[in-house]
Design a protein around this ligand. Structure first.
Ligand code: MCA
Ligand code: AMP
Length: 476
């Protein structure tokens, strides 16, 4: 069964124990089973077979909605609560969402809403949906165009969580703490479905601040590198994590100085793991094994990886030779929703998925992610953002003639979104005000975290003789 089951080994009265705590409010396992069963019964009663959209604020109600949909076998589409209007319209239309389940945005875009009542209880035994059924549809950015939907199978989630539980020695004796968003693989699949499947209570801190992590008193902590670098700059909060069992980082490269500083402050070597929305988590350091700064570890149970060079030639696993990283395994997705073109580009045959990341593998099987093949996929604060989508949003502004978006190195965010903009007519005289207006303009259509941090007004963009913008020249 995917969700939720009792703790292993089963302690007496375990279902009365806390399952999830969000913002200081707790649901026991019994409460969560009852409330999510009520949601599933309601969906069944209304004949909603889905997909259903879930406005994924970090609340108990969101968790009840998502677990209810999973238990009903209705695909759920988590929608980022900072989404802009164009994004919401795209996600609802592309996924074919039939209704909102629980909270809605101010403009529900014409969809009805099925209420979620945290205090309602249902007690029917629900049949387990087929393992290959779609549990979630998650949206993720490509280099260009609108975000693509990734259907995520129940069996893929189970394989990912079980593989990580084995790698990390994760059991019902752990308490997991994090404050990550509930609309991505990291915060939702690892961070909510993980503890429910493993049987370890979850404490969600609302926001992933060092102070909140320090106060939560968990055994396992998840964070993106930005979270760990903020903890590294807060020695008092960091010291409070010394008693934990495992600190885990993922979603973007963890800088080696942050790894070193956290070790100094907490006595812990952070376990790093690597994954994607399309593949879930495929590679990780082990709790009982080596943790090497700058390296993301070994394939988890059931995963195969390979490095591919120019012309498809295999690249040796010698710790130095660089190749395109491809992965396959039971947690890897099978397609993008409604996008046979993009599916054919990334799924290259026999279940292999071309990650778009460039990596090296050493003779012991340890993986290091060297970078991305394209400068147009940017990771900022752990969020994946496509340059093309932001450029298209900027070009929607009447005064923007050309735009090029790049990720510049940033101590806090890893990469910071910077847009180079050519305006119609002369450069704006008050460039600060013009930049603020453009940043706000992007925030109206796209998610807040897709807003450029900085706008640089230029006369021309550097182009090659074919007219293509040479982004590498903007990075320097
Ligand atoms: C941000 N702000 C801005 C701009 N950008 N203001 C003006 N112009 C801008 N361009 C504002 C924000 O709204 C915020 O305001 C303030 O500046 C600080 O923002 P920020 O620096 O972004 O900090 P933050 O809001 O504290 O967020 C940092 C964060 C966040 C908590 C680390 O980036 C985050 O939650 N990242 C997690 C991403 C994640 O879960 N990725 C997983 C996907 P105010 O304070 O007023 O709000 S990857 C995945 O799932 C795979 C499978 C994997 O491997 O894990
Ligand atoms: P997303 O689909 O948002 O999860 O983004 C996936 C991308 O995040 C991957 O293709 C990598 O580029 C990056 N990523 C995830 N985890 C790591 C990591 N531990 N080290 C380096 N890059 C990572």
């Amino acid at each position: 069964m995917l969700l939720p089951h009792t703790r292993t080994p089963v302690p007496p009265g375990s279902d009365a124990e806390p399952a999830v705590t969000v913002g200081g409010r707790t649901l026991s396992r019994t409460d969560l089973i009852g409330a999510s069963t009520a949601v599933a019964e309601r969906l069944g009663g209304l004949g909603v077979r889905g997909p259903v959209a879930v406005w994924a604020e970090p609340t108990l109600a969101t968790i009840v909605a998502l677990v209810g949909a999973l238990r009903a076998g209705v695909p759920a589409v988590p929608v980022p609560p900072d989404s802009g209007s164009a994004e919401i319209a795209h996600v609802l239309g592309d996924s074919g969402a039939q209704a909102w389940l629980g909270a809605t945005p101010e403009d529900p875009h014409g969809l009805p809403s099925v209420p979620v009542r945290e205090h309602a209880r249902g007690w029917h035994a629900l049949p387990e949906p087929p393992a290959a059924a779609t549990a979630l549809i998650m949206y993720t950015s490509g280099t260009t165009g609108a975000p693509k939907g990734v259907p995520i199978r129940r069996e893929a989630i189970a394989a990912c969580i079980d593989g990580l539980a084995a790698a990390w020695g994760w059991t019902g004796n752990d308490t997991l703490v994090h404050g990550l968003p509930l609309f991505h693989v990291h915060g939702l699949i690892l961070g909510v479905l993980g503890p429910l499947r493993v049987g370890s209570p979850l404490v969600h801190t609302g926001k992933p601040t060092p102070e909140a992590y320090a106060q939560a008193g968990g055994t396992m902590y998840f964070g993106v590198p930005t979270v760990w670098s903020r903890v590294a700059r807060d020695p008092e909060s960091a010291a409070a994590l010394s008693g934990a069992r495992l600190l885990v980082s993922g979603s973007a490269p963890l800088p080696a100085p942050v790894f070193d500083r956290i070790r100094e402050l907490t006595g812990h070597e952070i376990v790093e793991r690597y994954g994607m929305t399309e593949t879930l988590i495929t590679v990780s350091a082990r709790a009982d094994g080596e943790r090497r700064p700058g390296w993301v570890g070994l394939p988890i149970t059931g995963v195969e990886t390979r490095l591919v060079g120019e012309g498809g030639a295999p690249v040796p696993h010698d710790g130095e030779s660089i190749g395109a990283l491809q992965v396959r395994g039971p947690m890897v997705g099978r397609e993008y929703l409604n996008r046979p073109d993009a599916t054919a580009e990334s799924w290259v045959g026999e279940g292999w998925f071309d990650t778009g990341d460039v990596a090296v593998v050493d003779p012991t099987g340890f993986h290091r992610i060297v970078g991305r093949a394209s400068t147009d996929l940017i990771k900022t604060g752990g969020f994946r953002v496509g340059a093309g989508e932001i450029e298209a949003a900027l070009l929607g502004h009447a005064e923007v003639r050309e735009a090029a978006v790049v990720g510049l190195p940033d101590d806090d965010l890893g990469q910071r979104l910077v847009a180079f903009v050519v305006t119609d007519g002369a450069r704006p005289t008050d460039s600060e005000a013009a930049a603020a207006a453009l940043i706000a303009f992007v925030g109206e259509t796209l998610s807040k975290h897709k807003r450029p941090r900085e706008i640089r007004f230029v006369d021309d963009l550097p182009r090659n003789p074919m007219g293509k913008v040479q982004k590498k020249l903007l990075l320097g």
